[in-house]
Design a protein around this ligand. Structure first.
Ligand code: ZN
Ligand code: ZN
Length: 96
């Protein structure tokens, strides 16, 4: 299977509050593979941990090389770091 299961997709949407992890937009959301499908391990690439919710614009910008995405485990919590210095991972954290 190369497609993300609906159940996992749903979980990703909920995890990110149905908003883009980078800019907060709720418009035209895509589930993106942090480790790209072309290079990811087929067994783990569709795991929830490898998926992030991005809006169309942020998704395209990433694939066009505009910025990099890194998942980091901080004290057991996954944080997502964008190379243009936007940090996401804690819902309570104010977005700047
Ligand atoms: Zn976005
Ligand atoms: Zn993508």
């Amino acid at each position: 299977m190369t497609e993300v299961a609906d159940k996992i997709r749903q979980k990703v949407y909920e995890k990110f509050d149905r908003r883009c992890a980078r800019c907060g937009s709720a418009y035209m959301l895509h589930v993106h593979h942090i480790i790209h499908k072309s290079v990811a391990d087929k067994d783990t690439m569709n795991d929830e941990e490898n998926l992030i919710l991005l809006c169309h614009n942020c998704h395209m910008a990433h694939h066009n090389g505009g910025y990099a995405i890194k998942a980091e485990n901080v004290d057991g919590k996954i944080r997502y770091r964008f190379s243009d210095s936007f940090l996401f991972g804690d819902k309570d954290e104010p977005k700047t």
